[in-house]
Write a protein that binds this ligand. Structure first.
Ligand SMILES: [Cu+2]
Length: 323
């Protein structure tokens, strides 16, 4: 227990503020099954290796003594049978884990995911009301309920991967693939693209926040809300700057900014990170990102936006009201 806690603390430390990211610390049944499979394969590999090596050594040393040649064939045939049995056993075990991990869940929450160079576009599909809500780079999921992801890509092949929760599933332009997982423990889990997709592939991360069901509902209700109108003159000034300089790429629901080629910023102030999980969401980082995103993510599809200092401060103030 103590060492487990230390291990987790170390993981959190290594992963910084963005939560844990480790396939060796499973937090749900899918990741748990995969972790067990990995362990079984690993231990089998070690046992087979040690035994094979022992037989090689025995073969070399025994040759010097008398070995009845009429009985030697038994070792060859016996060894072949054992090899086939071990491989077949692992194959069947692997197939069973795969079918269990992929069996369709009952009453899942459905989230559509579009991989984009180099960020993640999520759309919650809310069944009975047929409402939907779009968010970017950070999702909340309820603990204990299966979440099904329907995956596609807007440009090249990416791969959706949250190591603590499941394996990798490719997102492919023009096709949909899917994956589902259940999270058993509240926490913040980091995901990332696992298929090389260009210059900023390594900085295409996202955050999965698993919370109890009521907290999840509250979050979802807030995300569905459009942005509040500016509450003071500075925010109004900031919103004007936003509509003029940012609205052709980004959306803030409730305003005239409705473009969909960049992350939806309706509730950007409620987000933990900026630029697909790579910067903590603080005013200073936001200012730096807006003035020169190319310094932070060279090649990303957001150009530098030079702004007069008064405009920048008003814009930052406005963005902070988008909770
Ligand atoms: Cu990618």
């Amino acid at each position: 227990m103590q060492t487990e806690r230390c291990g987790r603390a170390l993981l959190l430390l290594l992963a910084g503020c963005e939560g844990s990211q480790s396939a060796l610390d499973p937090q749900g049944p899918q990741a748990g099954d995969i972790y067990t499979l990995w362990n079984v394969m690993f231990v089998s590999g070690i046992v087979v290796f040690v035994l094979s090596f022992a037989f090689v050594v025995a073969g070399v040393t025994l040759r010097k003594r008398e070995l009845d040649p009429r009985r030697a064939w038994r070792w060859v045939v016996g060894g072949s049978i054992v090899t086939v049995l071990v491989l077949l056993g692992l194959l069947f075990y692997d197939a069973r884990v795969t079918s269990r991990v992929e069996a369709q869940p009952h009453d899942p929450l459905e989230i559509e995911v579009t991989g984009r160079m180099w960020w993640w576009d999520f759309q919650y599909q809310l069944e009975p009301t047929s409402r939907s809500v779009r968010v970017a780079n950070e999702i909340y999921v309820p603990v204990g309920r299966p979440v099904r992801f329907v995956l596609t890509s807007a440009d090249v092949i990416h791969s959706f991967w949250v190591p603590n929760l499941h394996g990798k599933t490719d997102t492919i332009p023009g096709r949909t693939t899917s994956q589902w997982f259940r999270v058993d423990r509240p926490g913040v889990y980091r995901g990332q693209c696992a298929e090389f997709c260009g210059l900023q592939h390594a900085n295409m991360a996202f955050v999965v926040v698993a919370v109890p069901a009521d907290e999840f509902e509250a979050w979802l209700e807030r995300q569905i809300e459009p942005a509040p109108p500016p509450a003071d003159a500075t925010a109004e000034h900031g919103q004007r700057v936003f509509l003029e300089k940012c609205g052709m790429c980004h959306a803030v629901r409730g305003t005239l900014a409705m473009a969909a080629v960049a992350p939806d910023l309706t509730h950007i102030a409620s987000r933990r990170t900026l630029a697909s999980g790579i910067l903590p969401n603080r005013r200073g980082h936001m200012g730096g990102w807006i003035l020169d995103p190319q310094q932070i993510k060279p090649g990303a599809f957001m150009p530098p936006v030079p702004l007069a200092s008064a405009d920048l401060h008003a814009l930052l103030h406005y963005l902070e009201t988008l909770r």
